[in-house]
Each structure stands twice: as C-alpha cells, then as structure tokens.
Design a protein around this ligand. Structure first.
Ligand code: ADP
Ligand code: MG
Ligand code: ZN
Length: 339
C-alpha cells in the first residue's frame, strides 16, 4: 500500500481506449490512452489493457494493492452479472468473456458495463445537479451511445438494451450499419459518420490537411459552406433522434460527452437550439429540458467506469437470459435474413 485507495476506470472506445486512476472523489490523477486497433480481438485487447494498467500504476508510483476496484466500459451490450461483452458491432466482438480475461491477467474481478451507461453514472455521481433526477447521457464518438438515468437509477431494460439510440432507425432503408440494420442514427451523426459524409460531399477540400473529423470541424469554423451544411444536417439528424428519446422517456436533461462534446459553438449549442425547436409542446412550456456538454467532458465514461461497483450495487440483477423449459423454443428468434 502506498496511500489513497484508488479506482481504475477503463473506457474502451471504437477508436481508442482510455485508462485512468481515479480518486474516491472522482478526480483523475493519472491516465493513459492506447489505440483500439481495428480488428483486435477481445482477448488481445485485454492483454494490452492489462499491461497498460500495470504501466499506469508503475508510472504513478502505485501498486495493484492500492486499487480498490476496476471497471470497464465497452461500446456495446455487456452483461454486468457475468462480465461478458454480449455484442459490440463496432469492434466485431460477440459474446466475449471480458471480465474473465482481465481477471486472469490482474487477479482482480472487474465490473463491466456499456460505456454510455458508465458515462451516465459519472454524471449522476459528479456531473449534473442532484435536483436533475432523470436524464440521458449521450456519447458522440466513433458511434452514438445513450445511458439513461430515470429517477436516479440506471435503466438497463428487460433485454439489457435500453438506450440504443445509436441503433435506432433514422432513415428507412438508409445507410448500412455495422449492426446489420440500415439507417441507424450513428451512421449519420457520429464522429466517423461525419468524416465519411465529408469525404463523400467534398473530398477535394481537405487541402492536404489530415483526413480527420477534426478537419471537418476546422473547415466549418473557417466558414467553408459545404462543411457548415454537413454539420447542420448531422445536427438535425441527431436532434430528431434525441427528441424522440425525450418524448418517450420525459427526461429533464440531455448531457453530451464523447469526442465531439468539446465543440460548444459548432455542435452542442446548435443541437440544443434544434432539440428545443422540435420539442413537444407540453415539455417546451415547462422550460425545463436542457441540452448541454458534460462538465466531465470526454472523461465521463472513464470516470463512471471507475465507479461501476456503486452503479451495479443499487441495481436489480438483469433477468437470466434463459427461458423456463416450458418456453424454450417458443420465443426463439428467427435466423437473421442475409442482406
Ligand atoms: P471512442 O469512440 O473511441 O470512445 P471518441 O469519443 O473520442 O472515442 O470518438 C472518436 C471519434 O470521434 C473519432 O473517430 C473522431 O471521428 C471523433 N472525434 C473525437 N474527438 C474529436 C475532436 N476533438 N474533434 C473532432 N472529432 C473528434
Ligand atoms: Mg467512447
Ligand atoms: Zn445499427
């Protein structure tokens, strides 16, 4: 032991993975970012996370015995009871025993949950005002995630898929999504989608600058009309998706994190305007619902991951995936048609 009891939060994203040493007060005292290599398997990536965790601790003069808990946020569906990553379409991970892998390296059983739910939990603990009891934490990065807090509880849903805003349908027969469906929100508004749309609309206007979403935002800030138009369309797409979610759940705030939440003028503020323009009259009249960037910024999922033990403690366990014998086969999903 060398001092304060620490927590480790790991935020696995489609583009990068962040690891942080977090104090009991939610302060990140050291962190490390590693790429999430395209096509990496869960087992390989966990090996990298483990060695980076050891490195992070060594660099900070800490030891594993200083660590109270490890939590991992993943960009997809994860079962917190088993620590199995059920489905991460952006990584191509399907039914991967992530907690088992990590435990075999570090000898600590980690808590595992969807990244956007980790972000929502961080908001509950350290972000939004305590008076805001029901909100959405929307992460905009490689994909679009949405953690839901209703009456101070994280919503999992009967199928553990609550908050799949990114895979809700925005356009019938729209763009092909990695999840197998078409027209999903994240094919239009995520960081990767914005870059893809820019490369389709004005491939010659990058002017030798890096082919990154950052450059699209820089062009828009410089007054490049096609980049400005593209951001307007993307924001309009996201606003419609967010308004639909608010209409269903009647939350009083939408908090943005993920890589794009850093653009107040170009992203957060115009999104707020559009959402409020599209509001359903009874909630517009209350002047209550607001859209804003997380105070915790892009660190929200990592901080929340460090406190997953406290999130899961207050949670009823998710019902077993196995049906009683009498129902076996009755609800079997038909095979997915080839697309
Ligand atoms: P992850 O999805 O890996 O959790 P991010 O939330 O940072 O990570 O999202 C990554 C994607 O978001 C990148 O592929 C990029 O398209 C975009 N992105 C992240 N940060 C920025 C930024 N500051 N400016 C523009 N785009 C960004
Ligand atoms: Mg992320
Ligand atoms: Zn999808």
């Amino acid at each position: 032991m060398s001092g304060e009891v620490l927590r480790i939060g790991v935020d696995i994203g489609g583009t990068k993975t962040r690891l942080g040493l977090v104090t009991p007060g939610g302060e990140v005292i050291a962190e490390k970012t590693i790429p999430t290599a395209s096509g990496v398997t869960c087992a390989e990536h966990v090996t990298r996370i483990s060695s980076s965790t050891r490195q992070l601790l060594a660099d900070s003069g800490k030891e594993l015995s200083d660590v109270r808990t490890i939590g991992v946020g993943v960009p997809g569906t994860a079962d917190p009871n088993t620590g199995v990553v059920e489905y991460c379409p952006n990584l191509g991970w399907d039914r991967e025993p992530l907690a088992d892998h990590l435990e075999s390296h570090l000898d600590i059983r980690p808590h595992v949950l969807q990244d956007s739910r980790a972000a929502a939990w961080a908001e509950r603990l350290f972000g939004v005002e305590p008076s805001v009891e029901s909100f959405l934490a929307v992460t905009v990065g490689t994909g679009i995630g949405c953690g839901i807090v209703l009456n101070n509880e994280l919503l999992m849903g009967a199928m553990n898929t609550a908050g799949e805003l990114g895979h809700s349908t925005l356009y019938r027969n729209g763009r092909q999504c990695s999840c197998g469906n078409r027209g999903c929100v994240e094919q239009y508004v995520s960081g990767t989608a914005i870059l893809r749309r820019a490369l389709e609309a004005f491939p010659d206007d990058f002017g030798g600058r890096p082919i990154l979403t950052q450059t699209v935002f820089a062009l828009a800030a410089e007054g490049h009309p096609p980049a400005q138009r593209l951001l307007e369309e993307a924001l309009d797409d996201l606003a419609h998706a967010v308004v639909n979610a608010v209409n269903i759940l009647s939350v009083e705030a939408v908090i943005l994190s993920g890589g794009l939440c850093v653009y107040e003028e170009l992203f957060v503020s115009p999104l707020r305007t559009r959402v409020l323009d599209l509001a359903y009259e009874p909630w517009r009249r209350q002047h209550k619902m607001d859209v804003f960037a997380s105070r915790l910024g892009p660190s929200a999922p990592m901080i929340g991951a460090a406190f997953l033990d406290t999130a899961l403690h207050q949670q009823r366990p998710i019902a077993s995936r196995h049906h009683p014998a009498s129902l076996k086969g009755h609800h079997a999903a038909p095979p997915r048609p080839a697309r």
